[in-house]
Write a protein that binds this ligand. Sequence first.
Ligand SMILES: Nc1nc2c(c(=O)[nH]1)N[C@H]1C(S)=C(S)[C@@H](COP(=O)(O)O)O[C@H]1N2
Ligand SMILES: [Mo]
Length: 433
Amino acid sequence: MSNQRENSSTSSEMQSSRRNFFKTAAVGAVAAASALSPVKMRADDPAIMEEQPWATALGDPVTKNRYGLPSPYEHNVLRRNAKLLQSGNWQASIAMCPLHELYGNITPNGLFFSRCHGGIPTIDPNKHRLMIHGLVEKPIVLTMDELKRYPSVSRIHFIECPANGGPEWRGPQFNSLQFARGMVSCAEWTGVYIKDIIKDLGLKPNAKWMLAEGGDSSHMGRTVPVDKVLDDAMIVWGQNGEALRPEQGYPIRLLLPGWEGNLCVKWLARLEFSDKPWYAKEETAKYTALLPSGKAIQHFYPLEVNSVITTPCPEKPWTDLKKGDMVEIQGLAWSGQGTIEGVDISFDGGDNWVEANLKGLVLPKAWTRFSYYYKYEGKPLLLQSRARDDAGHVQPTVNEEIAAVGVESVYHRNAITTWEVTEKGEVNNVQVR
Ligand SMILES: Nc1nc2c(c(=O)[nH]1)N[C@H]1C(S)=C(S)[C@@H](COP(=O)(O)O)O[C@H]1N2
Ligand SMILES: [Mo]
């Protein structure tokens, strides 16, 4: 009944009901019940007292966008590219995810970070094949339709480039969340577990490694231990309910949940099983961690527990807040080695900690959103988040991380990030050791 009344009410009825609301509402009671303090009853606000143009004329036809687009008012919500991270040209480059503009735990496909070594190919799925060969009993070449006949699963996982945060080993380089931390995103992936394909093909006992190769100009040959492949590696074709985007590897990519993003070979064309890691045989690239001793850790695949506060951040400061305002601190936490168990927040650069709430889904090897309701006091802060996972890992301080691995490595940086909040509410990327 009440729905029907709403639907049939005329705009003048609606306007008069708004006026009545201002006559009868007990301002004090509303303010007390609200998280916003104090609420201003904007009886003189034309945005509520007058009809807006979009309420008095028909809108666009439903056929306007066959594939929908965000509101034009969201035009600033974009992936962005940093010169510092550009390796020669914009084909071998990276588009960073605007972490500060996201809600929940899923990255919309148009904003998913994208790292490419040879540009984004436009692959005709009818001409794309997946070859699986090497130390298998029955080598096979699959069309995309054949691949999709395997029983599919959908799983939510983040992908992170191990170079995320890599420019900042010696100190902050970007006064920006997007540029400092935007090489990570999270999606629901649909595809098939490789172990289910392997059941058909039969793996030879001496198969210890799998080479994955892409169909793009960089081929991105990567080699991974077979244990991981038989655990949870997937070949995926779906991303958040639609086909993979070209930037993410259309028509198919390899997904190694929780492991370095570079291993998740896009535009996947070939899997070859072998008794040796490929870089022992050829010059196939690999990512390693260079230690202060000059030695390097060679096998370094799973990503560590990590987190960052997304509001506030340099792009979303607290300059509009007044003393006493309640405000939600939010951020994202993830671990390649398990499920996020908790996130602590510090306001004083790590001396004291309070526990944040985990919001929404809390899944293994997936983004987990955390939240803390805070009364803004207009004083300077050193704001930090510290995530813990169920494998017992805790994010290190900058000093702890440097003591363990030095500063020569580009990859796997997961030390605690610090946002300096000034008296005016501006937010800066600083380093607290
Ligand atoms: N074929 C191919 N696969 C690739 C790459 C590439 O350039 N070519 N880049 C890799 C790197 S370094 C990363 S971090 C991830 C990034 O995945 P995304 O672009 O979907 O974010 O893809 C990996 N897979
Ligand atoms: Mo990467």
